[in-house]
Design a binder for this molecule. Sequence first.
Ligand code: IFM
Length: 476
Amino acid sequence: MTREQYLKLSSILAAGTLLPHNLLAEIFSPEELKRNDFGKDFIWGTATAAYQIEGGWNEDGKGESVWDHFVHEHKGKIKTHETGDVACDFYHRYESDIELMHKMNIPASRFSIGWSRVLPQGTGAVNQKGIDFYHRVIDKCLKENVEPWVTCYHWDLPQALEEKGGWANRDSIKWFEEYVNVISKEYGDKVKNWMVFNEPMAFVPLGYLIGVHAPGYVNFSKFYKAVHHVTMSHGAGGRILRANVKGATIGTTFSCSHVDAKNDKPANVKAARRADAFINRLFIDPVLGLGYPKADLPACKHIERHMLDGDAEKMKFDFDFIGLQNYSRMVIYQLGLIPIIHFANVPAKKLGHDTTDMGWEVYPEGIYNLIKKFGAYRNIPKIIITENGAAFPDENVNGEINDTKRIQFLKDYLKQVLKAKQEGVNVCGYFIWSFMDNFEWAEGFRPRFGLVGVDFKTQQRTIKASGKWFSEFLSK
Ligand code: IFM
């Protein structure tokens, strides 16, 4: 029985009332989630990304990335005017952080490699000190029994490549191949779990269409080109990983949100289909060989203009798993004024559910719907939830961070993951975003997603109640 249930029960007993049946059920029956319910091979872990945690932005020969450039040159675009120059200082503290993961029973750590740390100019000369850093991180993980799950690209393109047009330049496919070749040859003997990209549906539109993330463009033409080159790079990167890493498990990750229409007006229902094609299918469908979802999203014709002969074949790759990353859902209505997509979403606050510190609706059923939706795709062999989590305004009171809302969030979402699994979908892993509080891009350090709290002034780590809960859950 939880503390809340205990308090409810005591107050009812104190009032001398008989317990109605449904209340009895509420208090005693919801079985606590158990790790075993998910099966012994289910993969459990936490996730982070290089720019969000490492710091050491210009140390030991590291080149500038688009994010280094963006936070320094466009300070006003970060709500708090902060930078990731130091972030969680993982560059210097990786050993104690990985020891903490071990202490918390976390079996797997998903992290990304900073492209400009290993190839400062993006291509050409390799930076040995950067290469060595990730060897040390990987070796430490293996020593602490924390399985490394590596994402090749989590949004930090080398600035030198952005200056040549970035993802909007078709050469980006070649640059990416060179980078993946370097890291997979370097680390492939030790790392067997790889993800090509993190959330293309975030970094491409946020960076090239609405300009709120690096590199900060509002440019339709760059956006359409970047969509196609990133899509092509999925296939290109996947093939290089397959060739270089014996026994690799290769996936890639997509942000996705369950979409509902605001009501059953035909225009809104159609807008919801368009939104689903844009938010959820624009990058997944083509890498699975289904092409861009033009029937539901006519704007795909602008992307297809950048396809050359043979591209349809080359953008496909037989991924071993697809990583789904889910936080919230979207309720959509038709809005002709919005270019390209012609839809808008109802603000989360108006939907009647709790929201997180990011202003996102808490909607656990959404993760179930998405797992079912993608589980029904013939060519998705396995699904892993590569990110799920929530930012809440945590408070450190005398060294304790009692983040009960996050615990409830995680339990509620996990129950939905389990439900989909029990209904037969091959969902076989779950990573919490994030291991520790970190730099939340344009939001700065304010939103706190971690299981471990970070005091950014002292770099002190405090395991939150949610971290203790996850650790105990994993120990059983
Ligand atoms: O912090 C991000 C992460 O980099 C990508 N997925 C969503 C997280 C929370 O916004």
